[in-house]
Design a binder for this molecule. Structure first.
Ligand code: 16G
Ligand code: ZN
Length: 544
C-alpha cells in the first residue's frame, strides 16, 4: 500500500470530528455535506472488495427517495447483489476511523478478509441526478486510485442499471452487454417479443403516465425511447427540469401518503405509475370516475406477476416441475398474503425488511417472486429453470407449450434479476396487462387491501426493540409484545408489529384492521405502548 498517497488523499477528504455513520440496509445515508470522507473511503473499500473476490465491484452514489439535500453510497457485489453482510462491518469501521488510523484499519480489513493488496481491482461507478452526486463520485475515484484500482465511471445511471452492468461484466457477457445500449436493447427486444404474442397486438397501443420523481428515471426513459416503436407511448412527468427531486412526488411519496404526486394530471381510469429517485421502486395507481384514488403497490404487483407466471408454468409443467414462491415482508398487506396462499395457492415466505433478505430467500426457488409493499422487487429464475425454459423454446413440438416457454424466456430477459428495477418492472407489468387484456381496474380488483396505517415514534434508543419471526414479534422491551397482542385482539382482521428503522432514528409501527378507523386506532394504541415501554422522547403520540 502506498502510505504516502493514502495520507495525502485522506487529508483532502477529511472526516468531520465526532461524526459517526453506519452502513445500514441501504448503505450510508446522510446530509450530502457530511459524506465526502465516506465516499472516498468507500472507494478504498470497493477496491479492497474487488481484490478480495477477484471481480468487478459496483459503487453507486444515491440517496434514493430521500430529500435532494441528502446523499448516500452503497456497494454492489459481483453478481449485482447487495454488498455481502460480512463486509458491512468493514464499511462502518472504515467510514468512522480517525484519519491517522486509516492505514491501520485498511491493514486490519486486509488481514480479516484475506485481501491481497497486490491484486488488481476494478470498480464500476454510477450516480443519480442530485447536485452533490458528481463531486462525491469524484471522491470515490480518489479512493479507488489510492489502492491502484481501475475504474469505469458510468456517470448518470439508475441504481438497477449499475447493478446490471456489474453482473454483465462478471459473467463475461452471459447476462448481457455491460453498456447502457446493451441494457436498452435487451429489455426493449424482450418487451416487443412479448407484446407480439398478445392477441390484440395489431391494435397495440399503450399509454402510460409516469412520474419520474424529478430523478434519473426521466433521463433514462428518454434515452430508451428510440428503442421502442411509435405505438408505445410513455408520457414522462416530473422530469427534473422544473421541481426538486422527490419533492411531493415519486413512489415513496405516493405510497406513504396514499395520494397522487404533484405535477401529474390524472384523468379518471388512466393508468399511472411513479418511480422513486434512483428508479429502483415503482408503484401504480389511478383515479376512478368518482374521483377516488386507488394505489396499486408492490404487493399487488407481485400478485399480478405471480398469476401470469403460474399460468405459464402450468402450461409447461408436464415436461418439467418448477417450484415457485413469493417472498414478502411483514409490511405486506394481509389480504395480498391471503390471496396468494388461498386463491392462487402459491407458497408465501416472510423475511426481514431490506432487499438483501428478500433476494436471498427468493434464490431458493426455481421461480422466486419478491416485492416489498413499497414497490421494490423483481423475479429470480434458477439456472436450472432458465436452461430448461430456453431448451423448451428450441425443442418443444407442442405449439401451446412452446409459446408458453417463449413467453417465460422473454420474461427472463425482460426482468432485471439483479435487483428491483422500476423501468424493467414497468415493462413487465405493461406486457402482462397487454397479454392478459387487463385494465388497471381489473388488476386492482384482484383483492381489496386491508385498511392500514404506518406510524413512527421517537425513543431514546431504538435498539431497545429487538424482534423475531421476520420482525413480526417483539422480544424486548419486556411486556411490549403481550400488550400488542392484547390490542390486536380488540379488532377484526387485525395485525400489528413494531420494528426499529434501519434508515432513520425512529421505531416504526404498522397496523391493519377491517376499517380505516380501526387500523388508525390500533396503530395509535400500539404507538402509545411503544412510547411508554421503550422510552419515548417528547410528547406522547396523538390520535390520528
Ligand atoms: C431501505 C431498503 C428497503 C427498505 C427500507 C426500510 C434496500 C436497498 N433498501 O431503503 O428495502 O424497505 O430501507 O427502511 O435494502 P426502514 O428500515 O427505515 O423502515
Ligand atoms: Zn430507490
Amino acid at each position: 500500500m502506498d502510505s504516502e498517497a493514502l495520507r495525502k488523499f485522506s487529508a483532502l477528504h477529511p472526516r468531520p470530528a465526532g461524526l459517526t455513520l453506519h452502513y445500514g440496509t441501504a448503505g450510508f445515508r446522510s446530509a450530502a455535506q457530511h459524506l465526502d470522507h465516506v465516499v472516498f473511503r468507500m472507494g478504498l473499500l470497493a477496491a479492497l472488495r474487488s481484490k478480495a473476490v477477484t471481480a468487478t465491484i459496483g459503487i453507486m452514489v444515491t440517496a434514493s427517495h430521500n430529500p435532494e439535500e441528502d446523499n448516500g453510497v452503497k456497494l454492489v457485489d459481483p453478481l449485482g447483489e447487495m454488498l455481502h453482510p460480512s463486509w458491512e462491518e468493514y464499511a462502518t469501521q472504515l467510514a468512522n476511523a480517525e484519519e491517522q488510523e486509516l492505514e491501520k484499519v485498511v491493514t486490519e480489513i486486509c488481514q480479516k478478509a484475506a485481501v491481497n493488496l497486490h491484486k488488481d481491482a476494478s470498480v464500476f461507478i454510477g450516480r443519480d441526478t442530485r447536485p452533490s452526486s458528481k463531486k462525491l463520485s469524484q471522491s470515490v475515484i480518489d479512493g479507488i486510485q489510492v489502492l491502484g484500482g481501475q475504474y469505469h465511471d458510468y456517470g448518470l445511471v439508475t441504481t438497477p442499471q449499475l447493478h446490471y452492468m456489474v453482473c454483465c461484466q462478471n459473467t463475461q457477457g452471459q447476462y448481457g452487454k455491460a453498456t447502457l445500449e446493451g441494457y436498452y436493447e435487451k429489455l426493449s427486444k424482450a418487451f416487443m417479443e412479448l407484446i407480439k404474442q398478445s392477441h390484440c397486438s395489431g391494435e397495440f397501443q399503450r399509454h402510460l403516465k409516469i412520474d419520474c420523481a424529478n430523478g434519473i428515471g426521466a433521463l433514462k426513459l428518454s434515452e430508451m425511447k428510440p428503442y421502442f416503436p411509435q405505438e408505445v407511448v410513455f408520457h414522462i412527468y416530473n422530469d427534473g427540469t422544473k421541481e426538486k427531486l422527490n419533492h411531493l412526488c415519486g413512489a415513496d411519496f405516493v405510497k406513504v401518503h396514499q395520494k397522487p404526486p404533484g405535477g401529474l394530471d390524472m384523468k379518471p381510469n388512466e393508468r399511472c405509475c411513479s418511480f422513486d429517485g434512483d428508479a429502483d421502486r415503482i408503484v401504480y395507481y389511478y383515479k376512478d370516475t368518482a374521483g377516488h384514488f386507488h394505489l396499486i403497490d408492490g404487493d399487488k404487483i407481485a400478485t399480478l406477476i405471480s398469476i401470469f407466471l403460474k399460468e405459464l408454468l402450468a402450461k409447461v409443467t408436464l415436461t418439467y416441475e418448477m417450484n415457485m414462491a413469493v417472498v414478502q415482508t411483514a409490511y405486506a398487506n394481509g389480504n395480498s398474503t391471503r390471496y396468494l396462499q388461498e386463491t392462487l395457492k402459491v407458497p408465501v415466505h416472510c423475511v426481514k425488511t431490506g432487499v438483501k433478505h428478500l433476494h436471498h430467500k427468493a434464490q431458493e426457488f426455481d421461480v422466486g417472486v419478491y416485492f416489498e409493499a413499497n414497490g421494490h422487487g423483481t423475479v429470480l429464475f434458477s439456472k436450472a429453470a432458465e436452461t430448461k425454459i430456453r431448451q423448451l423454446v428450441k425443442e418443444e413440438k407442442d405449439n401451446e407449450k412452446r409459446e408458453a416457454a417463449k413467453m417465460l424466456e422473454n420474461m427472463i430477459d425482460l426482468i432485471n434479476q439483479t435487483v428491483g428495477d422500476a423501468v424493467s418492472d414497468m415493462l413487465v407489468i405493461e406486457a402482462i396487462l397487454a397479454l392478459k387484456g387487463l385494465s388497471v381496474q381489473h388488476w386492482d380488483a384482484l383483492y381489496a387491501d386491508l385498511p392500514n396505517r404506518l406510524l413512527k415514534v421517537q425513543v431514546a434508543d431504538r435498539r431497545v426493540i429487538d424482534t423475531t419471526d421476520a420482525e413480526r414479534r417483539a422480544l424486548t422491551p419486556p411486556g411490549l409484545q403481550e400488550k400488542i397482542d392484547a390490542l390486536v385482539q380488540k379488532y377484526r382482521l387485525a395485525r400489528a408489529f413494531v420494528r426499529p428503522s434501519g434508515t432513520e432514528d425512529v421505531v416504526r409501527i404498522y397496523a391493519e384492521a377491517d376499517t380505516q378507523e380501526n387500523a388508525d386506532a390500533l396503530a395509535h394504541e400500539v404507538s402509545l405502548a411503544v412510547f411508554h415501554l421503550a422510552g419515548g422522547k417528547g410528547a406522547p403520540p396523538q390520535p390520528i
